[in-house]
Design a protein around this ligand. Structure first.
Ligand code: NAP
Length: 418
């Protein structure tokens, strides 16, 4: 495929899919989008750390060949104002595995969030956020080491579907008339209206992915999080479809909470996975008071958005939380925070969110040794209290370093692993 601005590295090979599985060459081409605001600082720092970890883990045998792709302000400069060029979408599909920095969403003016557009255009239906504690990270919890949860958030439906009708608009009035006259709905005159679509298809593929993850990673609990007590035909349906997919497609491994008490005296048989469900509001409390009870959460879009940041806050905040948007074979890993424009180009912020998204990406392509080198280096650097400003605020006696300085400290540990 030839592109206008994207230069695909000549020496690497593309990742492919064979019999439904990813085939990763020793020298794969991976895409990266630098991102806006602090994107340039964190991306250049993280790229150096990932490359160092791969070189230390595998020597000359393995190397990532990075291919820069353009979205956001950098794209607009290159492609006559186009923030999300078609050739970037084509390249994300072609390369299969990519990583991106944060992107600005201009407020108002009919400009849709680029992140939401990316997820919907490419049908990246699962937003995956692993949240775990690293020793030394400042935390408000008494036992932060109990937090080790992976959130699977549905990415394409719910109130994010963009079905909103402004108060007073013609569409709003048409819809209000239909709702009142045909469905006898009652609501305040002139209310803004939104639609919350949740389908069996969307719910089941998300829950399926969460259960598959639990099986592959030896997890013993998957929890469906919903607000089905209030929104019965959307959130409640998500819960019901979740149980359906679990009991119909994974019967040999799944034990529901009801079955646990009816047939197993409350004790999960070994090798089985408990499927339970919790209402979203109580989940916020449980994740603070008893996080050890949860391993994998599968949830709808808006619940997942709130839960991801709330849980991340327990173990270091969005400056360190990683994430990925995943379809069946295409994956776009991403920093979970925004562009923090006031810190742009100051070489100041914490690159760890993007860095750990890259660790997830290395694990995703099966390069666990390189991923583990970064995890270990991070713990060592933190133990020495060498941190960026955000952690320094919370860690008395810390040495504050820049974004690139933090990367240098990690690389020094990676190059001489203990
Ligand atoms: P933000 O960019 O995440 O920044 C909010 C605050 O979080 C910062 O002021 C900073 O706190 C802290 N922070 C964020 N990243 C950090 C890092 N790497 N290291 C240390 N601290 C960090 O959120 P926002 O200001 O609401 O949004 C700014 C823009 O980003 C908007 O255009 C928004 O649409 C966009 N956005 C993009 C994404 C994405 O691309 N995935 C996600 C969210 C928002 P202190 O000021 O306390 O130091």
């Amino acid at each position: 495929m030839s592109y206008q601005h994207i230069k695909v590295p000549q020496n690497g090979e593309k990742i492919s899919v064979k019999n439904g599985r990813l085939v990763v060459p020793e020298q794969p081409i991976l895409g990266f989008v630098e991102g806006d605001g602090i994107g340039a600082d964190i991306t250049s720092a993280a790229l150096r750390v990932w490359d160092a970890a791969v070189a230390t883990a595998y020597g000359a045998r393995r190397k990532v060949h990075w291919c820069e792709l353009y979205m956001g302000e950098k794209a607009a400069g290159l492609y006559q104002g186009d923030y999300f060029p078609e050739e970037t979408i084509a390249a994300l599909r072609d390369l299969l595995v990519s990583i991106k920095g944060p992107l600005t969403t201009p407020i108002g003016g009919g400009f849709r969030s680029l992140n939401v557009s990316l997820r919907q255009k490419m049908d990246l239906y699962a937003c995956v956020r692993p949240v775990r504690y690293f020793a030394g990270v400042p935390s408000p919890l008494r036992k932060p080491e109990e937090v080790d949860v992976v959130i699977f958030r549905e990415n394409t439906e719910d109130v994010y579907a963009g079905l909103e009708y402004r108060s007073g608009s013609e569409e709003n009035q048409k819809l209000a008339k239909f709702l009142r006259e045909e469905l006898h709905a009652e609501f305040v005159e002139g209310a803004g209206l939104g639609v919350k679509p949740i389908s069996a298809f969307g719910s089941k593929r998300l829950v399926r992915k969460a259960i598959q993850y639990a099986i592959e990673h030896g997890k013993s609990t998957v929890t469906l999080v919903h607000k089905g007590n209030i929104m019965k035909f959307t959130e409640g349906a998500f819960r019901n479809w979740g149980y359906e997919v679990a009991t119909q497609e994974f019967r040999e491994v799944i034990v529901t909470e009801e079955e646990l008490w009816e047939h197993h005296d409350g004790k999960l048989p070994s090798g089985k996975i408990l499927l339970n469900d919790r209402i979203a509001d109580i989940m916020f409390q449980l994740l603070q008071l008893r996080p050890a009870e949860f391993e994998v959460l599968a949830t709808t879009n808006l619940n997942g958005d709130y839960l991801s940041d709330a849980l991340a806050a327990e173990v270091g905040g969005v400056g360190i939380a990683p994430g990925a948007n995943i379809a069946d074979h295409i994956a776009v890993f991403e920093a979970t925070h925004g562009t923090a424009p006031k810190y742009a180009n100051q070489n100041k912020v914490n690159p760890s969110s993007l860095l750990f998204s890259g660790v997830m990406m290395l694990e995703y392509i099966g390069w666990r040794e390189a991923a583990e080198l970064i995890n270990r280096a991070f713990i060592q650097v933190l133990a020495e209290k060498t941190v960026t400003y955000d952690f320094a605020r919370l860690l008395p006696g810390a040495t504050t370093v820049s974004t690139s300085g933090f990367a240098d400290a990690l690389i020094a540990k990676i190059n001489s692993p203990r």
